[in-house]
Design a protein around this ligand. Sequence first.
Ligand code: ATP
Ligand code: MG
Length: 245
Amino acid sequence: MTDAVRLTQVRKTYGKGGGAVTALDGVSIGFPRGTFTAVMGPSGSGKSTFLHCAAGLDRPTTGSVELAGVELTGLGEKQLTRLRREKIGFVFQAFNLLPALTVAQNIALPLKLAGRKPDRAAMAEVVRRVGLHDRLGHRPAQLSGGQQQRVAIARALVTRPAVIFADEPTGALDTRTAREVLGLLRDSVTAGGQTIVMVTHDPVAASFADRVVFLADGALVGELYQPTPDAVAERMTHLGAWAVV
Ligand SMILES: Nc1ncnc2c1ncn2[C@@H]1O[C@H](COP(=O)(O)OP(=O)(O)OP(=O)(O)O)[C@@H](O)[C@H]1O
Ligand SMILES: [Mg+2]
């Protein structure tokens, strides 16, 4: 299987000298195309740093990241921005929709930014997938949290990116709505062949993935295939992740 994203010996150090913090300590991992991976670990274990390095939002101190066959290390800012636009979709906890734009305009925005024609077929497909056909003319403020996150997912899917990175996508949603959103992400992988990498604190959210990888102190310390919520929670307990919850 080909990897959509591959990190090789990625280290990320913030600061210098005595105050330096090693957020990632030599991480190597691949994410095969068409798979859904959850990234878990205690607070401060390096999850956000990992996601930012993998998505070209931040540069590793050493090591390399290859995304959709492109080595990110040598790219300049302009090339990186373009690659992010064309190859990556993002879903955040806080939705990050543009309030002045309609649902349809928010979904089409990545196509517009990439200078692509509004692709009617791609739009219709993602709107159908997330079930928003009767909300296309609404503004984000007129939608529930779950509906807003569905718009954000449609926006992430519309360019058919090589990978979607999600950072706590259900962190702001109630349990039932969270499950709907996770079901959509799952379906985009199973039926649509999308690749997804999702950071989460929630064992139930992680159980929607094909695989869970665990970070502790900036290093990968294990993985779990076909995760159940109980198996994930058990593993997290051993990492000391619930100590502060
Ligand atoms: N810009 C920064 N400058 C200095 N240190 C940083 C910076 N960003 C992160 N760190 C440190 O790197 C380590 C990893 O942080 P990171 O945000 O990746 O953790 P996380 O697993 O996402 O945590 P959380 O679950 O709380 O979001 C932490 O020790 C953090 O304090
Ligand atoms: Mg974080």
